[in-house]
Write a new protein. Structure first.
Length: 391
């Protein structure tokens, strides 16, 4: 049939957007105020439409905040065309300027935006990677994210995950930099290095966005020197997230690439960090920054500044699925974050992620996000799971 005689796809109207906060199995954060079983720090989001098609997304924040944000945003999204993710997400952003730009509303918009792209993919029969412009690759290496621990225990953990096929590791948070003990810090890194598989890759995350991070630039410079001796691929959040000028200095002085940006929201917040050259590696979180629409723009901006982009969307299987689609749609993405042993990543989908023999994750080329939630499995972690599935 000639294209000119085809009708455009009719709009799908948004009827309801709901959130299901996840409880009980949130992985530890290594935070100074540690996450408890009853805390909700991740939420799934569903966008229901009048065509009976539902899209899914994910937010890395307290589920109660997502629920409140959905109520506030409802007049803006109700009846909107679910086939226009970028326009609808931008409408939500533009009209909420007076309630604080970034933060909770942006976190909630992230989940909505991911779900809208999922819907557009389902309706057109295309994976999000294709919708975003095409697939540069069919698979990508996941790096296994582990909390730091005493050296011997950490080495045992690395060994467990190495045996499950991971080739790249990031160790972070926990005691590192928090005990004023540089010998302990080095022993931790050394133990992890020794436990890597042959040719294995290692990254280190100080986690300086944690409350009351005690160290400054001098610590970061000394520690970067130590990490260089262990072939560490990047040093992440070595400074508090707003220490822009110190990040610039650290990046210029450090032999180890400097990474950061996971707590920033809105593309505009990334601009000074990119323009000033604060990072070698920028790590926006697709479930926080504003979703796929926003993350794509940040990642392309980074490309143009010669800064490496690696996504931070580890919070649930849907965050990982969104990162995988971006890893397809952008050139030069060689890693995605994959937190070790999270039920919300490994145990909520009909078909869990599976590493191939090379330790790589295949990037789904099915419509939308290309993954399906399993209702019974999600129900184990959320009393409100039914909302996600019943339109
Ligand atoms: Mg981090």
């Amino acid at each position: 049939m000639p294209l000119s005689s085809r009708d455009a796809i009719a709009p799908l109207r948004i009827t309801r957007i709901v959130a299901a906060p996840l409880f009980g199995e949130s992985p530890k954060g290594g935070w100074s105020f540690e996450i408890k079983a009853e805390d909700s720090i991740h939420a799934l989001v569903a966008v229901h439409t009048d065509a009976g098609i539902t899209g899914y997304g994910s937010c890395f924040t307290d589920g109660r905040l997502v629920e409140a944000a959905l109520e506030v945003l409802e007049p803006l999204y109700r009846g909107e065309n679910a086939l226009e993710p970028e326009r609808v997400a931008e409408k939500l952003r533009q009209n909420t300027f007076w309630m604080g730009r970034g933060g909770t509303l942006t976190h909630a918009i992230s989940g909505i935006d991911i779900a809208l792209w999922d819907i557009l993919g389902q309706v057109t029969g295309l994976s999000i990677g294709r919708l975003l412009g095409g697939r540069h690759q069919d698979r990508v290496m996941p790096y296994c994210s582990l909390l730091m621990d005493e050296p011997a225990r950490l080495a045992d953990e690395v060994t467990v995950w190495r045996e499950r096929g991971f080739r790249a590791f990031k160790i972070g948070w926990g005691p590192f930099g928090r005990r004023n003990d540089s010998r302990l810090d080095e022993a931790i890194v050394s133990a992890a290095r020794d436990a890597l598989p042959p040719g294995g890759r290692l990254m280190v995350d100080a986690g300086a966005s944690d409350a009351y991070w005690p160290n400054g630039l001098k610590w970061a410079l000394r520690t970067a020197d130590m990490l260089a001796a262990y072939g560490v691929e990047w040093f992440e959040e070595a400074l508090p997230p707003d220490a822009l000028e110190d990040f610039v200095t650290l990046r210029n002085m450090s032999r180890v690439p400097i990474a950061g940006g996971e707590v920033l929201t809105r593309r505009q917040a990334f601009m000074p960090f990119l323009m000033r050259g604060a990072f070698d590696v920028v790590q926006p979180d697709v479930t926080k920054v504003g979703g796929l629409s926003e993350q794509r723009r940040i990642a392309w901006m980074a490309q143009d500044f010669g800064i490496r982009y690696v996504g931070h969307g580890w919070n649930t299987a849907l965050g990982v699925a969104a990162d995988l689609q971006l890893a397809a749609a952008l050139p030069n993405v060689d890693l995605v974050e994959y937190i070790a042993g999270s039920a919300y990543v490994d145990n909520i989908m009909a078909t869990p992620f599976q590493l191939d023999a090379d330790g790589m994750l295949p990037i789904p080329d099915r419509p939308g996000l290309g993954v399906s939630l399993d209702r019974d499995r999600v129900s184990r972690y959320s009393p409100h799971a039914a909302r996600l599935f019943d339109a």
